[in-house]
Design a protein around this ligand. Sequence first.
Ligand SMILES: Cc1cc2nc3c(=O)[nH]c(=O)nc-3n(C[C@H](O)[C@H](O)[C@H](O)COP(=O)(O)OP(=O)(O)OC[C@H]3O[C@@H](n4cnc5c(N)ncnc54)[C@H](O)[C@@H]3O)c2cc1C
Ligand SMILES: NC(=O)c1ccc[n+]([C@@H]2O[C@H](COP(=O)([O-])OP(=O)(O)OC[C@H]3O[C@@H](n4cnc5c(N)ncnc54)[C@H](OP(=O)(O)O)[C@@H]3O)[C@@H](O)[C@H]2O)c1
Length: 446
Amino acid sequence: MAALRAFKSAESRGEQVPDIVCYEKQDDWGGQWNFTWRTGTDHYGEPVHSSMYRNLWSNGPKEALEFAEYTFDEHFGRPISSYPPREVLWDYIDGRATQSGVKDSVLFAHAVRWTEYDEATGTFTLTVDDLKNKRSLTEEFDEVIVATGHFAFPNVPDFDGIETFPGEVIHAHEFRGAERFAGQRLLLIGGSYSAEDIGIQSHKMGARQVTMSYRSAPQGFAWPDGVDEVPQVASFDGSTATFVDGTSREFDAVILCTGYLHHYPFLPHESQIDSPNNLYPEGLYRGVTWQKNPKIHYLGAQDQWFTFNMFDAQAWFVRDVILGRIELPDPQARQESIDAWLETYSGVEDDAAAVRFQADYIRDLIEQTDYPMFDLDAVVDTFLAWKKDKKTDILTYRDQAYRSVMTGTMAVVHHTAWIDELDDSRERYLSSQPSADEAQDAARPA
Ligand SMILES: Cc1cc2nc3c(=O)[nH]c(=O)nc-3n(C[C@H](O)[C@H](O)[C@H](O)COP(=O)(O)OP(=O)(O)OC[C@H]3O[C@@H](n4cnc5c(N)ncnc54)[C@H](O)[C@@H]3O)c2cc1C
Ligand SMILES: NC(=O)c1ccc[n+]([C@@H]2O[C@H](COP(=O)([O-])OP(=O)(O)OC[C@H]3O[C@@H](n4cnc5c(N)ncnc54)[C@H](OP(=O)(O)O)[C@@H]3O)[C@@H](O)[C@H]2O)c1
């Protein structure tokens, strides 16, 4: 959407833009935000893309991801809270796509299978499956923008003896809701956002015990009773897991919250990012343009503090490279730029520095385009305040409210505290104060 919107914006200013085709393998818009109950394969037999689940709410304040040229005020017509549930954020994304007319240029249910580059002609031949009509097509293009995300292919490490575990072992990608873990002892392996949120979701839905096992460092929140952290799993023996500190516990189910792989099966390996999930994957000039072939561009390949507005900044930059408004330097100068950013990144030692690093990266992109500059330092402050809220109480941080840096509007406090809210629908979210009965119903465990 960011890329389509960027070209649309140039077009509306009277600029000549190239023909653009967007292939999307799902039936609708929204990427990760397009929730499905399915796991494994979808109704076309394709790998399920979304890793989201019921009762997933934004895990950062919406004020940090707001589009600079399509604000929450414009979409909802009134202030809403800072941490909307998934369906509400999907609605916001969809609203922007619909309002700008870019949805019409997407070929839905079209899966890109393969991309072949011809050095001699400088063109790409794409092979694409039209999933609805069961036909394959090939098309030629001058430039390729890869916007397929990087949180869809689970990283599934092995653990000694895990095959003897008698209960269920799933990856966070397959997790669709915590209700069924009520009364169970749950082991979450991983020490990042998925472990944190699936952990507190499970606590909220009545899990008997939630244990999070970290490899590098504990998350260190003041967890509620029944939730805690232990070091890395050393081995499993049946339902017992032993940790590297020699302690052991029994579990009913295991969820691997071990992150995702950069994986682009429609590209030859030499054109694929091969990186851990970090803020500056190697091989991308200005974080977007593939150094080995600058006619390939990646959007959103970084680990994400900033999300939607960073994708916009990247898309505006890539658009201007493609339109020739920004001249690409020669390979050596591009490499020097990559190395300089990597050098700065190597000095990033804590979360505050990481947020600033990403803000500086976005600023650098926006300064080169006509995307509306916004107060990135104010967004950094919002992120730092958010981190403080989480430290204060991991169960109430989503009840806090922030001010939009785009419009100055102060968010409202949601009618129901996150811990009591069991209905994540858009309808309930946007309802005004629910009646006492409704609130009680929603708070009653399922
Ligand atoms: C569990 C989870 C929770 C998250 N929560 C938040 C949050 O609270 N706040 C936040 O700001 N961000 C959150 N994110 C980050 C999320 O990555 C971004 O918000 C955003 O969805 C990334 O957008 P994207 O377009 O880069 O990728 P995606 O949203 O992943 O979209 C990529 C699209 O490419 C399509 N595609 C893939 N392969 C092909 C192919 N071969 N052919 C055609 N189409 C293809 C997919 O179907 C999909 O629609 C979360 C991520 C996850 C995994
Ligand atoms: N809205 C929400 O509530 C929500 C919920 C879930 C996820 N998300 C989003 O989803 C994205 C992905 O988050 P994520 O937590 O899935 O991935 P992630 O941030 O990349 O973290 C992966 C975690 O897995 C651990 N890990 C990897 N290999 C391991 C191994 N062999 N053994 C033990 N641990 C291992 C890593 O440990 P090390 O630190 O040691 O590398 C790290 O803690 C983020 O953008 C996040 O914001 C949002």
